[in-house]
Design a protein around this ligand. Structure first.
Ligand code: ASP
Length: 323
């Protein structure tokens, strides 16, 4: 049997609903700490509780600690698969951080739950079992970090939380899942084409994420320049356009040497330098804005945080964002 390590970090999967108030909160003991029976027949299971955090409390520093712990365990204890349980709100950010920074082919599967442990239809244990099934699968090796919930296998790069409460919340817009989990086993039907890892040792920069809207002006761009600031990601309009005054704000950031990465607020498609009007993609590209290749805003922010540990050269950053 394969050696699988489950690392708990918190989230609804670790919480309980108060029967009187209906409030969902962390429980004193993790409800999935001792779930030996359903898992013992699948793998040799080791369990560690690294954090006990709601995922809105996760920061890139915890993500880095998690990455370090995973690498240490794989190197020193011959762990053959990792399952991370995590709150669903920021799950995609942690999963993508691991995908970008963990240099290993050992399957890393991230999972969570939409219903806490004592609610009817709780999905935590089910998702945990599915994730262990994926983590022991030989086919999961080398596919990057995977996110498994609700019988679907997604890549960390493409998956996003799409619904506030439905258990089918995790979707990969435009691409779909790369496999499914059934009662009989794990079936992959796609494989990611490539993965580049950046094994950074620190995360020390400050990157802000802004969303564009009709009538956006330069004010917010000037305001954020009063903060410690190393980079900005903007969820732009459509194919990668901004209102003219917002584009002026972008120019002031670039003049101050702050890299600006553009993604789209559309959840399908990629940004490109198509439009030639003021604030259009062509003007933004000429100014030196970095165009991303389909990442959503929160993941582009994670990537910029990682990339800025390596370089702040705009050309090199642009190359990294094309990978
Ligand atoms: N708010 C919770 C969290 O992210 C949601 C969840 O885990 O599903 O921790």
């Amino acid at each position: 049997m394969k050696k699988i390590l489950i690392i708990h970090t918190g989230g609804t999967i670790s919480m309980k609903e108060d029967e009187e108030t209906g409030a969902v909160r962390p429980d004193e003991t993790h409800p999935l700490h001792d779930v030996a029976p359903p898992l013992a027949s699948l793998a040799d299971i080791y369990v560690e509780e690294l954090f006990h955090l709601p995922s809105p409390h996760m920061t890139p520093q915890e993500m880095l600690q998690l990455r370090n712990r995973i690498e240490e365990k794989i190197a020193n204890e011959q762990i053959e698969g990792i399952v991370v349980t995590h709150g669903t709100d920021t799950l995609e950010e942690t999963a993508y951080f691991l995908d970008l920074t963990a240099r290993t082919d050992v399957p890393i599967v991230v999972t969570g739950a939409m219903r806490s442990s004592n609610e009817i239809g709780a999905d935590g244990l089910y998702n945990l079992i599915s994730s262990v099934k994926v983590a022991i699968s030989d086919e999961a090796r080398g596919k990057g970090v995977l996110v498994v919930l609700n019988d679907e296998i997604h890549t960390a790069k493409n998956v996003t939380k799409t619904h506030t409460s439905n258990i089918a919340t995790f979707q990969s817009p435009q691409y779909g899942p790369i496999g499914i989990v059934t009662k009989r086993g794990v079936f992959f039907h796609h494989a990611p084409t490539k993965r580049t890892t950046y094994p950074v040792q620190t995360i020390s920069k400050n990157v802000i994420l802004l969303k564009a809207y009709a009538g956006m002006d330069e004010a917010i761009f000037h305001a954020i320049q009063t903060l410690p600031l190393d980079g900005v990601v903007i969820e732009a309009l459509g194919q990668g356009n901004l209102p003219p005054r917002a584009a002026k704000g972008v120019r002031s950031l670039l003049d101050a040497g702050i890299p600006v990465v553009l993604v789209s607020r559309c959840f399908n498609g990629i940004v490109q330098d198509i439009y030639g009007y003021e604030g259009g993609g062509k003007q933004l590209k000429e100014m030196g804005v970095i165009f991303s290749n389909g990442l959503n805003g929160q993941k582009a922010r994670i990537k910029l945080l990682v990339a800025l540990e390596i370089t702040n050269n705009p050309q090199k950053l642009q190359e990294m964002f094309m990978e």
